[in-house]
Design a protein around this ligand. Structure first.
Ligand SMILES: NC(=O)c1ccc[n+]([C@@H]2O[C@H](COP(=O)([O-])OP(=O)(O)OC[C@H]3O[C@@H](n4cnc5c(N)ncnc54)[C@H](OP(=O)(O)O)[C@@H]3O)[C@@H](O)[C@H]2O)c1
Length: 493
C-alpha cells in the first residue's frame, strides 16, 4: 500500500512538468529572454531575474510568448525543495531545472512542423515548467488549449493547477452528485475559489470555510453557507457532509470524520507544509484511518492534462467559472508574490504579468555564498558523521569499557554499534515527523531505553529494536549475527 502511494506521489510530481526536454541551442548568439531562475533551494531570496536562452520549439511544440503566469504553492515547494522527499525528483542538492512556474497564458509565436492545432497569433493557456519567463515551449498535444475569449490573459493564467485540482478532486475522487453536501475547507484560496464554483456547477450544496474578511467573497462565488473559522469550528457546528475537500488540513482526521456521513469522503489536497515529509504524514495517516472506518479518507494528487484544460475552458466560456484574482505582480516581483502566497492567506490567485518593463538583475547578483553553495553537501557529511561515524566511535568505546570490566566476555561491537545507531535514528525519526519537540523527546526516550537494554544484551530489546529499526539490512544481519552470538553466550537456539 505504501509503495503504491509513493509511486503515485512521484508520478504526479513528474506529471506537473512536461517531460519534453528543454530546448538548449548551443549557439552562443542564440536569442535570449528574461526568466526567473534559481540555482539553490531556499527562500524567495534565491530567485533571480536573468537572461537565459530563448527556447526553440521542436516539431511537436508551440512557442508561446507568455503574457501572464500564476503562482501556486507548488512553486514554493519547488523553490524550497520541500518536503525534502521531493528532491528525489527535483534534484538532491540543487534544482535540476533552474526555471520556475507552471501556469501560463499567452500568444502562440511559432509552431513546430507537425503542429496543426495551433497557429501563430492564437491566444492560449496551459501548464509548462518554466512559466515565469517571457517564452515557453510546450507540446501542442499536451498541456495547452485555446484561451476562452471572455477571459483576460491574467484570468486564464490563474486557472491551470488550481482549477484542475478542484475539478479532478471533486469529479474523479469525490464523484460528487447533484444535491450532495460538500464542505470546502480553505474556500477562499486558489483551489478553494475554483472548488466552490465547480461544486456548484455539479449541483452540490456547498459550505465554504474561510476567515471573516473572505465570507462575502466566498458567498458571492455561490456557496450556500459560509463558516467563518475565526468564530466557528466546522467540526463542532456542522454535520452530515457527503464530501469534505480539505485544502488546509488543520483539524484532526477523527474530528473531520465526525461531521461526515457514514459513507462520506474526506479528501485532503494539502496541509501544513514541513521540511521533511509533511503533509505526507497526514496523508498516510488518512490512508490508515480509512481502513478502519466506513468513510473514505485520503489524499488526492492532481495532474495537468489537455482534456481537463478543455473542460475548464468550456466552464469559463459559459460563465460558470470566473477566477478570483487577489494581486498582480511583475515578473521581477515573483519573489514578493511567493512570499505573500507562503503566508497562507491569499484571496484567490496571484498573477504575474509578463511585460517589457522588467529589469534584469546583474548576473553577479546570482553569486552564492560559500555556505549557500556547500550547505547541502555539509548536511550530507554531517548526516554520515552522526549516523555512521558517531555509532562506530561509541561502539568501540563501549566495547573497550566492557572488555576492561569483564575481560573474558565475547565481543559485542555490532550490538553496541546497532544500539547507538538506533538511538540516533530514533531522534532523527522524531525530527522527521515534524510534530514538535515532544515527539522528538518521546522517540529519543523510547529508542534510548531499548538501545540501553539491548546494549545490556536483553533478548527482548534485541527483537524490539530490530523490528523498530525499519531497516531490512539490520533485520537480516541481526537475525544471523546476533542469534549466533547469543547462542554462543547463552545457549539460545
Ligand atoms: N494535491 C494536489 O494536487 C494539489 C494541487 C494544488 C494545491 N495543492 C495544495 O492545496 C493547498 C491549497 O492550495 P491553494 O492554491 O488553495 O493555496 P492558497 O491559495 O495559498 O490557499 C490559502 C487559503 O487558505 C485559507 N486558510 C488559511 N488558514 C485557514 C484555516 N485555518 N481555515 C480555513 N482556511 C484557511 C486562507 O483563507 P483566509 O485568508 O480566509 O484565512 C487562504 O485563502 C496547498 O497546501 C497546496 O499545496 C495540492
Amino acid at each position: 500500500m505504501k509503495a503504491q502511494f509513493w509511486t503515485a506521489f512521484f508520478l504526479v510530481a513528474l506529471s506537473w512538468t512536461d517531460s519534453a526536454p528543454a530546448q538548449a541551442p548551443s549557439d552562443r548568439a542564440a536569442p535570449r529572454m528574461k526568466a526567473i531562475v534559481y540555482h539553490a533551494f531556499g527562500s524567495p531570496d534565491v530567485l533571480r531575474l536573468e537572461e537565459i536562452e530563448k527556447p526553440v520549439p521542436d516539431d511537436d511544440q508551440v512557442l508561446v510568448k507568455v503574457r501572464a503566469a500564476s503562482v501556486n504553492p507548488y512553486d514554493w515547494h519547488m523553490m524550497r525543495g520541500e518536503p525534502c522527499l521531493m528532491r528525489m525528483e527535483t534534484g538532491l542538492f540543487h534544482p535540476k531545472d533552474p526555471r520556475l512556474g507552471t501556469d501560463f497564458s499567452g500568444t502562440v509565436e511559432a509552431v513546430g512542423r507537425n503542429v496543426t492545432q495551433f497557429q501563430p497569433g492564437d491566444e492560449v493557456f496551459g501548464g509548462r515548467n518554466g512559466a515565469f519567463a517571457e517564452f515557453v515551449c510546450v507540446r501542442a498535444d499536451r498541456n495547452v488549449v485555446l484561451k476562452p475569449t471572455n477571459m483576460s490573459f491574467e484570468q486564464a493564467a490563474s486557472v491551470p493547477i488550481a482549477a484542475i485540482t478542484a475539478l479532478q478532486v471533486l469529479r474523479d475522487k469525490a464523484g460528487i452528485q447533484p444535491g450532495q453536501k460538500v464542505l470546502i475547507n480553505g474556500a477562499s484560496g486558489g483551489v478553494g475559489t475554483f472548488a466552490v464554483q465547480i461544486a456548484k456547477s455539479f449541483g452540490a450544496e456547498v459550505t465554504g470555510v474561510c476567515s471573516t474578511r473572505n465570507v462575502e467573497m466566498v458567498r458571492s462565488l455561490g456557496a450556500d453557507r459560509v463558516i467563518d473559522y475565526t468564530k466557528e469550528d466546522f467540526t463542532k457546528s456542522a454535520r452530515d457532509f457527503d464530501v469534505i475537500l480539505d485544502c488546509v488540513a488543520n483539524h484532526s482526521l477523527l474530528a473531520c470524520r465526525r461531521v461526515l456521513k457514514p459513507q462520506g469522503k474526506y479528501i485532503m489536497i494539502g496541509g501544513p507544509a514541513g521540511r521533511w515529509i509533511r503533509p505526507m504524514d497526514t496523508a498516510i495517516a488518512a490512508m490508515v484511518v480509512s481502513r478502519f472506518v466506513t468513510q473514505d479518507m485520503g489524499m488526492f494528487m492532481s495532474g495537468l492534462n489537455k482534456e481537463d484544460l478543455t473542460v475548464l475552458h468550456d466552464l469559463m466560456q459559459s460563465g460558470k467559472l470566473t477566477p478570483v484574482i487577489d494581486r498582480q505582480y511583475k515578473l521581477s516581483e515573483v519573489p514578493e508574490a511567493i512570499r505573500y502566497l507562503e503566508a497562507g492567506h491569499a484571496r484567490g490567485k496571484l498573477v504575474i504579468t509578463v511585460g517589457p518593463d522588467d529589469a534584469v538583475a546583474p548576473l553577479s547578483a546570482n553569486s552564492q555564498s560559500f555556505l549557500e553553495r556547500s550547505g547541502p553537501l555539509l548536511a550530507v557529511i554531517a548526516f554520515f558523521a552522526i549516523a555512521i561515524g558517531l555509532p562506530i566511535v561509541a561502539s568501540l568505546a563501549l566495547h573497550r569499557r566492557a572488555q576492561r570490566r569483564e575481560p573474558g566476555q565475547r565481543p559485542f561491537r555490532w550490538g553496541y554499534y546497532f544500539s547507538v545507531q538506533c538511538f540516533v535514528a530514533g531522534i532523527c525519526l522524531g525530527l522527521v515527523l515534524e510534530s514538535g519537540v515532544a515527539t522528538v523527546i518521546v522517540c529519543g526516550i523510547l529508542y534510548g531505553m531499548l538501545a540501553w537494554c539491548f546494549a545490556r544484551r536483553q533478548h527482548w530489546a534485541w527483537i524490539a529494536l530490530t523490528i523498530l529499526s525499519f531497516n531490512p539490512i539490520a533485520w537480516i544481519i541481526n537475525f544471523f549475527y546476533l542469534r549466533k552470538r547469543w547462542a554462543e553466550t547463552y545457549g539460545v537456539r
